[in-house]
Design a protein around this ligand. Structure first.
Ligand code: PLP
Length: 477
């Protein structure tokens, strides 16, 4: 499988794009063509465990990794007791013809573990083969950083330098990251907000000499390894829903998915699953108050907002106003034409706005993508509703998904709501919604009480450079 840039040119194979999601011309890596899964293929996948299914799905994209090696990587990611549920991704009926797809059974209780656990294994594998090391530099406001650290902890060829805004994360999120005692995990609490953290990362990453000298890299949401691993759970969910049907009714049986969205990574994997032949009727994109994507899909105007105009909401992991993966979808919308995609993104860079209303009007129905917005009050009401009616507690992001899903439920079409985090991560909002304090369970309490390992630092570029220079891994040669 060859990879190309959304703005033109070829980029090599899967292992080549695993370390560099961004093409030199500014575009994003996408497969030259999407593999297809026929009805017979899907039936053959039905009896597989989650790890085995992941091997089959990721294997369609990672054709340069021998199958036995890939099977070892997925087994290490999904087979070894790192996920709370035996089936890795459990499905549960929550009423109103909706089913919750449990993507948050991993070590950090958010869906990012699904892809990051695999990426951790795959990175180590690629680095081993090429005798390289990687120092991951990132900024986090919560879920991404902890998922990355938990996937990369204790590895020989990777270290993590993760910047987080001092005092801006929940006690739970801080504990999840700072309690890690592994030598290769470096938590840096910056005196400032998330944008200060991100600006520091940008400045160091754009210094190509520093970047090369210290083998700096990223595992952010444009990483194609993550996108490919996420496709597996769309296939898994379809298989589990259709398990219940008579064999003769399975082929082509349609389901819809509701996806709480920020950087457009999760739902892009759904779009790819649908393009590969999974019978998905609708992909329901849910935004929070930072509804840049909902506005785009409803009006055709894409108007990313800057940091000052991005609200801090009660579904914080969706507080994104520039969706880094959208270019991959627009590439498909524009008939996979790299020239048109490049022209659109150059216009976006110049004017901070593009208008694709004509293209969306003509082609969006083919893609099955619909969207909606959920606000703080919607979130609270939805958490209350599902708690009262079905006894399940939704996390705030998942509640945004369920709220928007309601407007798109059709008779006879199961609506699968992706559970992108566990409510325990956002205890304050759950308390606000349900009017009762949720007591931390024993595991949570132990996590909160564990000793923490974090370096405090002013938002100072030179100090950060020195810190990394002293601690970055280097190839032994
Ligand atoms: C990251 C995240 C999202 C948004 O996912 P994208 O792939 O960025 O669209 C939604 N909910 C939670 C809990 C997350 O951590």
């Amino acid at each position: 499988m060859q990879y190309i840039s959304t703005r033109g040119g070829t980029l090599g194979q899967y292992c080549d794009v695993l370390l560099e999601g961004l093409a030199p011309n500014g575009g994003l890596a996408v497969p030259a063509s999407l593999p297809q899964l026929s009805n017979e293929d899907l039936e053959r996948l039905r009896s597989l465990s989650y790890a085995e299914l992941a091997t089959e799905v990721i294997g369609l994209f990672a054709t340069d990794i021998p199958r036995d090696d890939l099977a070892r990587l997925t087994e290490a990611a999904y087979g070894g007791g790192k996920f709370a549920a035996d089936e890795i991704v459990p499905l549960n009926d929550i009423g109103e013809e909706m089913t919750l797809v449990g993507l948050s059974e991993g070590p950090t209780l958010a869906f990012k573990d699904m892809a990051m656990q695999f990426l951790g294994e795959a990175l180590e594998y690629v680095l081993e083969k090429s005798d390289r090391v990687l120092n991951v530099l990132g900024a986090t406001s919560g879920d991404t950083g902890s998922a990355a650290e938990h996937a990369l902890r204790g590895r020989d060829r990777v270290s993590v330098f993760m910047l987080s805004p001092q005092g801006r994360m929940s006690a739970f999120q801080r504990a999840q990251m700072y309690s890690l005692q592994d030598e290769n995990v470096h938590n840096i609490a910056v005196e400032g907000n998330f944008d200060d953290c991100q600006n520091l990362v940008k400045r160091l990453s754009s210094d190509l000499e520093f970047k090369r000298a210290h083998s700096l890299g990223a595992v952010n949401s444009i990483n194609f390894g993550r996108i490919s691993a996420q496709i597996a759970y769309y296939v898994w969910a379809w298989l589990r829903v259709t398990d219940a049907l008579p064999a003769s009714e399975r082929a082509g049986f349609e389901v819809s998915f509701a996806v709480p969205s920020g950087n457009f990574g999760n739902i892009l994997s759904g779009h790819y699953a649908r393009s590969m032949g999974i019978p998905i009727r609708k992909l329901v994109l849910a935004s929070n108050e930072n509804n840049v994507l909902d506005e785009f899909f409803r009006t055709g105007h894409y108007r990313p907002r800057n940091a000052e105009n991005t609200l801090a909401t009660s579904s914080p992991s969706m507080d994104v106003s520039r969706a880094s993966n959208l270019e991959r979808f627009v590439f498909d919308l524009l008939g996979r034409d790299p020239k048109r995609t490049a022209a659109s993104w150059h216009e976006l860079e110049e004017r901070d706005e593009i208008n694709l209303s004509a293209e969306l009007e003509r082609f969006l129905p083919e893609f099955g993508l619909v969207s909606g917005t959920s606000t703080h009050d919607d979130r609270l009401a939805t958490i209350r509703d599902f708690s009262a009616k079905s006894g399940v507690t939704l996390d705030p992001h998942t509640a945004d998904g369920a709220k928007v899903a309601r407007d798109h439920v059709e008779p006879g079409v199961p609506m699968l709501v992706l559970e992108t985090a566990k409510p325990a991560k956002f205890a304050d909002l759950i308390t606000e919604a349900l009017g009762v304090a949720i007591e931390p369970d024993a595991d949570t309490q132990a996590l909160l009480d564990a000793p923490q390992r974090v370096t405090k630092m002013p938002a100072d570029e030179q100090q950060l450079r020195d810190y990394i220079s002293e601690r970055a891994l280097h190839t032994s040669a």
